[in-house]
Design a protein around this ligand. Structure first.
Ligand SMILES: C[S@@+](CC[C@H](N)C(=O)[O-])C[C@H]1O[C@@H](n2cnc3c(N)ncnc32)[C@H](O)[C@@H]1O
Length: 186
C-alpha cells in the first residue's frame, strides 16, 4: 500500500519489470493528466492494460472518431498506438449520494504504433496546437507550432483549410512526423 500523490509517483521505476494492469476509479481532478501521462510514455508501455472510470464525456472523447464533437486530443493520443473502448456506462444513481455527472468504464490495451518513428512529445504538441483552436483551419491553428504551417501541412498531405476534427489518426501521425522532419532540418 502506498499512500502518496499519484501525480508525483514514478510508477515505471516502482513497478520495474513487473506485469502491471492499472485498474482505477480515478479522481476526476487529476484523471485526465494521469491518463495522458500513461498514454504518452515509451512504447510498449510499462503497463499491460488500463481499466479506468471517467466522467462519461471524457470516456467518449477517448474513443471518439473523426468528424464528431467529442473527437480531439484525447482521442488521438489514445488511439494512435492503443485500442480504447468503453466497457459500460455507470449512471450517477449507482452512487450514494449520486454525483452530478454520469461515468463510464474504459479499457485500453496497447498495440504497435500506426506509424513508426513518432516521438510521443511531438504527438502531444501537434494535437495540442490543432485542437487548441479547433474551430480554426489548420493553417491558422498550427501557427503555435511553426510559422510555416502551409509547408508542414503539405509535407503531411493535409489540406490547409481542414479543421482538426476532420483529420483522422493516420493524418495526425503524418503531421507529427512532418513536424519532426521540419525540426530536424532546422
Ligand atoms: C473517485 S475516488 C475513488 C475512491 C475509491 N478508490 C473508490 O473506488 O471508491 C478518487 C480518490 O482519489 C483520491 N485522490 C485525489 N487526488 C489524488 C492524488 N493526486 N493522488 C492519489 N489519490 C488522489 C481522492 O481522495 C479519492 O479518494
Amino acid at each position: 500500500m502506498i499512500a502518496d500523490d499519484a501525480m508525483a509517483l514514478d510508477e515505471k521505476a516502482l513497478f520495474a519489470g513487473r506485469p502491471v494492469k492499472i485498474v482505477s476509479n480515478l479522481p476526476y481532478n487529476v484523471g485526465t493528466a494521469l491518463f495522458v501521462r500513461w498514454m504518452t510514455t515509451d512504447w510498449q508501455p510499462w503497463w499491460q492494460s488500463l481499466t479506468l472510470m471517467f466522467q462519461r464525456e471524457v470516456a467518449e472523447r477517448i474513443v471518439a472518431q473523426p468528424d464528431s464533437k467529442a473527437y480531439g486530443r484525447l482521442s488521438v493520443l489514445s488511439q494512435w498506438r492503443a485500442d480504447p473502448r468503453i466497457l459500460f456506462n455507470v449512471p450517477a444513481s449507482a452512487f450514494t449520494p449520486p454525483p452530478k455527472v454520469a461515468s463510464a468504464i474504459i479499457h485500453v490495451t496497447p498495440r504497435a504504433p500506426r506509424m513508426e518513428g513518432i516521438d510521443p512529445k511531438s504527438m502531444e504538441r501537434v494535437t495540442e496546437a490543432a485542437f487548441g483552436q479547433r474551430r480554426k483551419m489548420l493553417r491558422a491553428s498550427l501557427k503555435t507550432l511553426t510559422p510555416k504551417t502551409e509547408e508542414l501541412l503539405e509535407r503531411a498531405g493535409i489540406t490547409p483549410t481542414q479543421r482538426a476534427e476532420t483529420v483522422n489518426i493516420d493524418g495526425f501521425c503524418k503531421l507529427a512526423l512532418a513536424w519532426q522532419a521540419m525540426n530536424d532540418k532546422a
